[in-house]
Ligand binder design. Structure first.
Ligand SMILES: [Zn+2]
Length: 123
C-alpha cells in the first residue's frame, strides 16, 4: 500500500497539529487573533515608547523656553533626560544651520555646547 507523504503542519500559535487545507496556519480564529495580537503588541510598545520620549523631549524644551527663545547648556538638556536622537522635523537655513524640531519646539546647536531653543508658532 502506498501512502501519500504527509508533512506535519502545526498551528503557529499553539503548536497543535493542523488538519485540512495545506495553506492553514492556525487551528482556529482564536489562535490567529492571539498570534497577531502578540506581533502587533511589540510594535505598539515600540511606538508607545517613542511617543513617550518625544512627549518628554517636547516638555523639556517647552519648560526651558517659556518665552519662545533662549539658550541652554547641553548638560542641562541631558540631565533632564533629553534624547537628541528623537525629533519630528528639521529645518535647514540658507546658512546650512539645521534646527531640529520636536513638534513646535526647536533647537539649534551653537558653539561651546550651548543650544538655542526656539518655538515655531506656525505649527
Ligand atoms: Zn492553535
Amino acid at each position: 500500500m502506498i501512502r501519500p507523504s504527509i508533512t506535519k503542519r502545526t498551528c503557529l500559535e499553539c503548536g497543535d497539529e493542523l488538519m485540512g487545507r495545506s495553506d492553514k496556519k492556525f487551528c482556529n480564529d482564536q489562535c490567529r487573533t492571539v498570534y497577531n495580537q502578540k506581533l502587533n503588541g511589540d510594535a505598539t510598545e515600540l511606538i508607545r515608547n517613542i511617543n513617550n520620549q518625544l512627549r518628554k523631549n517636547r516638555a523639556i524644551l517647552s519648560e526651558l523656553n517659556p518665552d519662545g527663545k533662549t539658550s541652554v547648556r547641553k548638560s542641562v538638556l541631558e540631565k533632564k533626560g533629553f534624547n537628541f536622537k528623537l525629533f519630528t522635523s528639521t529645518y535647514t537655513t540658507k546658512e546650512k544651520r539645521t534646527y531640529y524640531f520636536v513638534y513646535d519646539q526647536g533647537y539649534l546647536q551653537l558653539e561651546n555646547d550651548y543650544f538655542m531653543l526656539v518655538e515655531n508658532k506656525d505649527f
